[in-house]
Design a protein around this ligand. Structure first.
Ligand code: DI6
Ligand code: FE
Length: 411
């Protein structure tokens, strides 16, 4: 292959690379490396001793002084646009009430729905921006944001528009997910099928028409939507050419992951109660298992996701914050890396793959994000660390040194 170094704009020298091109098997590390960028893409990478000649007068040279580069991080599951907060429910849970009891008593998701409906676009934007900024400052360059606290056409669209505005405000790639089937709004109490009809026949067509979502999600759970209702939403999504994903097997096993596999879903998320049949179906459908240790921690769950079986069947595991007001009020990706290891017993390489290559796959971005590889987007984090495991080992001190998006320095 001939290398056209005259097209390079930037070259990193004196760096170590965690390329994350080997899945969760290893960091894909290259020590004493260099990396070149051309037109926002990675144009070359390898051992420093193999670096082709380039014109140091026209290329910007960045001396990394031995720091590590990883792909920009991916947070593939968040609900970070919402009104209000639920600290009151946190107190109730500390006094012994369960998440389900609070939801059944009219709290939970629907209490955030009231606050979100009341908030203007500007107010929702102002509340979400610090959460997104915090993640971005920790190296996140791609993120998913779900709707699901509007639960009517107008307010679901309002949330998705705010998610779009966030993408204008910060140099972060934002994938939007329509989660109209998140909970039953109070005005449809006792009429879940009518609500699902509204989701399928009014909300989803409008969202698709206005191009406001990249995917469709359903909360398939005893306190959410049944398997049959979930399938109705998936069928409607398919009609509109939108990929699906699912909140499944979080509190019980309804078989949501297997259903999602039938629809070639991008991912099944939470999955503490997932069984081997579901795992096999996910593998056959090339899905990602998205683990959300923040929700597991915050709800003080005890049922661990089936990591051993996921490994055995080589289902790629992503990790995400699930940033939301009820079950994971957390906008900290480093904490998730740490919890992925301490709570879910992932190896640091598995955890890092979870927020890079596998997180990107969960968003349908596996061919351009989440790896340091030639032709991939030059979304690159530079870290003040001596070894990649440090990213999972500590939190509280931000090891991010610099962040690049499409080859431009943004932090
Ligand atoms: N599972 C979750 O973890 C979030 N949504 C869902 O379906 C929690 C949403 C909330 O409690 O506000
Ligand atoms: Fe969630």
């Amino acid at each position: 292959m001939t290398i056209n170094s005259s097209a390079w704009q930037t070259v990193f020298i004196n760096v170590n690379l965690a390329t994350m091109t080997d899945g969760a098997n290893s960091y894909g590390a290259i020590a004493n490396a260099a990396l070149a960028i051309s037109d926002g893409k990675i144009a070359w990478l390898g051992k420093a001793t193999d670096l082709p000649e380039y014109d140091a007068d026209t290329v910007k040279v960045i001396d990394g002084q031995g720091k590590w580069l990883t792909p920009g991080l991916v947070d593939c599951h968040t609900h970070l646009v919402y009104g209000g907060n639920r600290a009151n429910e946190f107190e109730m849970r500390l006094q012994g009430k369960s998440y389900q009891e609070i939801a059944n008593a009219g709290g939970g998701i629907v209490s955030t729905v009231s606050a979100t409906r009341k908030a203007s676009e500007a107010e929702l934007f102002a509340a979400a921006l610090p959460r997104l900024t915090a993640l971005h400052q920790q190296g996140v360059t791609s993120i998913e944001i779900k709707s699901g606290y509007g639960l009517d056409t107008e307010n679901e669209i309002k949330m998705l528009k705010v998610a779009g505005q966030l993408a204008e405000a910060l140099p972060v790639t934002i994938k939007r997910t329509f989660l109209g089937a998140h909970a039953l709004p109070h005005e449809y109490k006792g009429k879940p099928d009518e609500y699902v009809d509204l989701v399928c026949n009014e909300m989803l067509p409008q969202v698709a028409k206005e191009n406001l979502a990249d995917a469709v999600d359903v909360f398939c759970e005893g306190i959410g939507f049944s398997l049959a209702q979930t399938e109705q939403v998936f069928a409607a999504a398919k009609n509109h050419g939108l990929p699906v994903k699912i909140h499944a097997e979080q509190l019980s096993n309804l078989g949501g992951s297997e259903l999602a596999a039938k629809y070639n879903a991008l991912s099944s998320d939470h999955i503490e109660f997932l069984d081997e049949a579901g795992i096999k179906a996910m593998k056959a459908a090339d899905m990602v298992a998205v683990l959300l240790p923040g929700a597991f921690y915050f709800l003080r769950e005890t049922q661990l996701p089936p990591m051993e079986l996921l490994r055995k069947h080589q289902v790629p595991m992503a990790i995400a914050t699930d940033s939301n007001p009820g079950s994971s009020p957390i906008s900290n990706i480093q904490l998730m890396l740490n919890m992925g290891c301490t709570l879910f017993r992932l190896t640091p390489a598995e955890a890092l793959a979870g927020v890079t290559c596998h997180g990107a796959k969960a968003l349908g971005l596996s061919n351009k994000k989440g790896q340091l590889a030639v032709g991939f987007d030059a979304d690159i984090a530079m870290w003040n660390i001596e070894q990649p495991a440090e990213l999972c080992y500590q939190f509280g001190v931000n090891p991010l040194n610099e962040l690049y998006v499409a080859g431009k320095k943004v932090v």
